[in-house]
Ligand binder design. Structure first.
Ligand code: PGA
Length: 260
């Protein structure tokens, strides 16, 4: 997938959903996404118990699916953990790793997250590696330092070939679920910085997709996705409403059409 001509929009359902509600949402998203051009890639990352349901309802559609976390271990006595290849058993494409909610509430550190990314790649999943600073860190001028540390931890354990297969999501913690998105300029500044760090890992890594996440809505998606280094979005709250999620996917389409 060349980032010059593609956008990726992935829903992060978080711990939302029930089997009956999901059925409607997945069916609507699959139907709506079928109208998109094939340079807009769409995915949904659902809670583990519903991966099979996503597979059943999305197989044959353009929408891919995945999980919101994977274990850092391959298999074994790790009660409550889910291995990356269990996700692939149900056709998953994506695995979010290092989401700020995992970092904050489950005390996941950089090494653990790097190991999860590696496991995901080993299993054939595309890890969506989340990085982002808190408001306090931003106010102290530490944004670049914080996200560089988060990204470096992952890049260090990957070969160039592996690193070229990841997706990055820049999600400022202060923008997640708050309704207060980063401005397009604020996001672009960080994405450009991330792009530089990726490029330093190798030419093929420079083109890794960098998604923006944090209060993306139909109203702000087009401006965000229109920035040079913003290759799409990781969508929380708005991914739970098919109309909003599809409108965000459509915004990605519009940006590509305008650029053509
Ligand atoms: P939000 O969440 O879109 O609800 O802000 C984004 C995320 O946490 O991935």
């Amino acid at each position: 997938m060349s980032r010059e001509r593609a956008k990726l929009v992935v829903g992060n359902w978080k711990m939302h959903g029930r089997i009956d509600v999901n059925a409607g949402l997945l069916t609507e998203v699959a139907a709506g996404a079928s109208a998109l051009q094939n340079d807009v890639y769409v995915g949904v990352c659902v809670p583990f118990p519903y991966v099979g349901q996503a597979q059943a309802l999305l197989s044959g559609s353009v929408v891919r699916w995945g999980v919101q976390d994977v274990s850092a271990h391959a298999h074994g006595a790790y009660t409550g953990e889910v291995a990356a290849d269990m996700a692939t058993d149900f056709g998953s494409t994506y695995a979010i790793v290092g989401h700020s909610e995992r970092r904050a509430y489950h005390f996941e550190g950089p090494e653990l997250i790097a190991e999860k990314a590696r496991r995901a790649l080993d299993a054939g999943l595309t890890p969506i590696v989340c990085v982002g600073e808190t408001l306090e860190e931003r106010d102290e001028g530490l944004t670049q330092e914080v996200i560089a540390t988060q990204l470096d931890a992952v890049l260090t354990v990957l070969t160039e070939e592996q690193a070229a297969r990841i997706v990055i999501a820049y999600e400022p913690v202060w923008a997640i679920g708050t309704g207060q998105s980063a401005t397009a300029a604020q996001a672009q500044e960080v994405h450009a910085f991330l792009r530089g760090k990726l490029a330093a890992k190798g030419a093929s890594v420079a083109n890794v997709l960098i998604l923006y996440g944090g209060s993306v809505k139909p109203e702000n998606a087009q401006e965000l996705f229109g920035q040079q280094d913003i290759d799409g979005g990781l969508i929380g709250g708005a991914s739970l409403k098919s109309k909003d999620f599809l409108a965000i996917c459509q915004a990605a389409q519009t940006v590509l059409q305008k650029a053509a």
